[in-house]
Design a protein around this ligand. Structure first.
Ligand code: SAM
Length: 278
């Protein structure tokens, strides 16, 4: 697989996304607005949306059929998907991962987005109905990805999620520095953000953010990021990039929280536990 070449002195290399779908109309809105729309207009990313049905045989261009072995629903046939992928790959010499979107794939994370963004091309296959003939996963796809532990009606929303998360990592798509402190960039959730007004409906922005003390602001933000991650996503802390002081700070904070909880649940001093009362 060809990795995306390094950025040249003043040349930004475009990344190409190809999406194979039965519902090309789904993508009109998401790819024409905001960051993605601007990135396409600037030539930083290219997105091709390809109708699998155009590659189906016969007058009715049938793309699905009953599952072998019985069961509910229809399964997407392999022939039009292979034919569509082969035609799309032949359009451009660039190569990259061929990803089947499926709830039974590996979980999409920021780490996976970074991994995909290293390539110069990404091809995404959207399933529908009960899913896709397994030979697509075995003999065409090089990867199978799920965007979360839930089931969508089709792979189209998953493709938008992946294109968005990967495209914003392509050099030039975001302003310099925008990615550095985002949630998941260093393995932590982001600190709380505020903008004007300083007081809204009586709720004030934390004083420290108005102080102009950059080092104190940076420390406050780091602590809030640590706290928020510990409270909401403690699973992320094991792999987060933390200093020994930060790990100690979190351990002390956890010990204080455990002690507070224990004192709340402990019976009042002198009280006799119910089962010991005569
Ligand atoms: N019967 C399939 C199963 O249990 O794994 C679910 C099929 S789902 C209704 C139809 C299509 O939506 C899938 O083929 C896949 O392309 C897409 N899809 C659904 N959930 C997804 C998820 N969490 N991540 C990525 N794609 C998903």
């Amino acid at each position: 697989m060809v990795a995306r070449p390094a950025r040249g002195e003043d040349v930004l290399l475009a990344m190409r996304f190809d999406i194979l779908t039965l519902f090309p109309g789904f993508f009109v809105g998401p790819f024409s607005t905001s960051i993605l729309g601007r990135a396409i207009a600037a030539g930083l990313i290219e997105i091709g949306v390809h109708d699998i049905r155009e590659h189906a045989a016969g007058r009715h261009r049938v793309c699905d059929d009953y599952p072998y072995g019985g069961g509910a629903g229809m399964v997407m046939k392999p022939e039009p998907i292979f034919a569509c992928a082969e035609a799309v790959l032949a359009q451009d010499a660039r190569r990259g991962p061929i990803v089947l979107l499926t709830p039974s794939g590996r979980l999409f994370t920021q780490q996976v987005a970074r991994e995909l963004a290293r390539h110069e091309r990404l091809l995404l296959i959207c399933g529908h109905y009960e899913g896709v003939d397994e030979r697509v996963r075995e003999h065409l796809a090089t990867d199978a990805i799920s965007i979360g532990d839930y089931v969508l009606s089709g792979g189209e929303p998953a493709a938008v999620v992946i294109v968005d998360a990967v495209a914003r990592l392509v050099p030039g798509v975001l302003a310099p520095g925008s990615l550095e402190e985002e949630s998941h960039s260093g393995g932590l959730l982001e600190y709380p953000q505020y903008t004007r007004p300083a007081i809204f409906r009586g709720w004030a922005v934390p004083d420290i953010l108005l102080s102009g003390h950059h080092a104190a602001v940076a420390r406050w933000r780091r602590e809030r990021a640590l706290e928020r991650t510990a409270a909401l996503r403690p699973d992320l802390l094991a792999r987060a990039e933390l200093t020994p002081e930060e790990r100690r700070w979190l351990a002390e904070r956890q010990a204080r929280a455990d002690a507070a909880e224990a004192s709340e649940t402990a019976p009042p001093t002198g009280a006799v536990p119910r089962n010991e009362q005569g």
